[in-house]
Design a protein around this ligand. Structure first.
Ligand SMILES: Nc1ncnc2c1ncn2[C@@H]1O[C@H](COP(=O)(O)OP(=O)(O)OP(=O)(O)O)[C@@H](O)[C@H]1O
Ligand SMILES: C[C@@](O)(CCOP(=O)(O)OP(=O)(O)O)CC(=O)O
Length: 393
């Protein structure tokens, strides 16, 4: 019996992937660019055990057994990694043995917080460790076939998923632009407005958009190629002004495409729009960009902010979006914020934003930072004992 346990990060796109040119191979209509978040606050953790004696492939997601056979994406990932194992693996673990897989996310699943990205990246990375397959671009093409955005979670720092031009998808790979060390003070505040399952899954939403939105095709052909180059340069130069503006514009254009879909697909809600207005007013008051928002296929905001500006931004959020739970540990999760910093923040500027406070519209905030790619953990972290979750016989 052989077992490995790994963690993989969430990534949040700055230039969004939205639309496929091939459904099964998951080939996108445009390049996308993301930042990987630290696994300390948000991660998927997966244990895979292989044994000659297992009769079936089995999987447990957040403690519930799920059918691998019924999921074409899971089946495809397993098949593709086993193909790589036969070609380049060590053969210590036979690819013909059945596997038992357990995976947990330490944050809400399918709520627009990129659980599929972390989940499939973790699955593919763990399988690669199990079969001792050397890391290569090809591994990102396998994760891509689990969920498109998952290919970007195989790296830390800033990552570009190249759309590729080939019909078989072998050139549709993710590559790291720079590691997390390049811009280590890049922090993120995730403002959780709603952590319930979303109405229209990304897969379905982007299918409808490809079929009905003319704006989507303009964006893919004309807008994204230029934006990718500008954003890559901004990242190289650690230029937060350009970085922030491109990020916000791309989020806005992605949601404009959702609205241009027929019938329209609405992911942001009233609170999301209030957060957008707040960020623009806050930046105006600061005299330059101190925060940049992006929204995935849901109402939750992801704010990029440099570490030194976090206390002041949190202070402003608490003034404009006060919560009854503000003093509880559940409200501000993740990295701590020092109280002295909060006191010294320039509250006079923030008072003058002129926005009517909106009580209890943000459920909680996750404070995290740029992070590294997946990693393997020791045996003590295993989610399976003798191939089964602890509560199973
Ligand atoms: N840890 C995991 N291991 C394997 N698969 C996972 C894991 N977590 C999530 N998934 C898969 O991803 C699906 C959720 O994907 P979905 O795209 O609907 O939500 P999301 O990834 O949270 O949101 P978004 O991609 O819009 O940010 C789950 O139903 C499951 O099939
Ligand atoms: C809005 C997004 O988060 C969409 C992510 O879509 P998925 O990768 O979840 O879609 P599938 O490939 O169909 O599984 C933007 C992004 O992450 O680039």
């Amino acid at each position: 019996m052989f077992s490995v346990t790994c963690v993989a990060p969430v990534n949040i796109a700055l230039i969004k992937y939205w639309g496929k040119r091939h459904e099964d191979l998951i080939l996108p209509v445009n390049d996308s660019l993301s930042m990987t978040l630290s696994t300390n606050e948000l991660c998927a953790k997966t244990t895979i055990t292989a044994s000659k004696s297992f009769e079936h492939n089995r999987m447990w997601l957040n403690g519930e057994e799920v059918s691998i056979e019924e999921s074409s994406r899971l089946t495809r990932c397993l098949k593709e990694v086993r193909r790589l194992a036969l070609a380049t693996g060590s053969q210590k673990v036979s690819p013909s043995w059945k596997v038992h897989i357990a995976s947990v996310n330490n944050f809400p699943t399918a709520a627009g917080l990129a659980s599929s990205a972390a989940g499939y990246a973790c699955l593919v990375y763990s399988l690669a460790r199990l079969y001792e397959i050397p890391f290569s671009d090809e591994l990102t093409t396998v994760a891509r076939q689990g969920s498109g955005s998952a290919c970007r979670s195989l790296f830390g720092g800033f990552v570009q998923w190249h759309r590729g031009v080939l019909d078989n998808g072998t050139d549709s790979v993710a590559k790291q632009i720079v590691s997390s060390q390049h811009w280590p003070n890049m922090h993120v505040l995730i403002l959780v407005v709603n952590d319930q399952r979303k109405k229209t899954a990304s897969t379905r939403g982007m299918q409808n958009a490809v079929n009905t939105s003319t704006l989507l095709h303009h964006r893919a052909d004309k807008v994204v190629p230029e934006r990718i180059n500008q954003l890559r340069e901004a990242i190289q130069n650690r230029d937060f002004q350009t970085f922030g503006e491109i990020t916000m514009r791309d989020s806005n254009q992605f949601h404009a495409i959702a609205m241009d879909t027929y019938p329209p697909c609405v992911y942001m809600n009233d609170v999301s729009h209030e957060i957008v207005s707040f960020v623009h007013s806050y930046n105006n008051a600061m005299g330059s960009l101190h925060a940049a928002y992006t929204f995935d296929a849901g109402p939750n905001a992801c704010l990029y902010v440099l570490a030194e500006h976090v206390p002041q931004l949190v202070d402003a959020i608490q003034k404009v979006f006060p919560s009854d739970l503000m003093d509880s540990a559940e409200y501000l999760r993740g990295l701590p914020i020092s109280p002295e910093h909060l006191e010294t923040s320039q509250s006079n500027k923030i008072e003058s934003l002129g926005i009517e406070p909106k009580k209890n519209s943000i459920k909680y905030i996750i404070h995290t930072e740029i992070g590294q790619g997946p990693s393997q953990l020791g045996e003590e972290s295993s989610l399976l004992i003798n191939g089964l979750p602890q509560n199973q016989k």
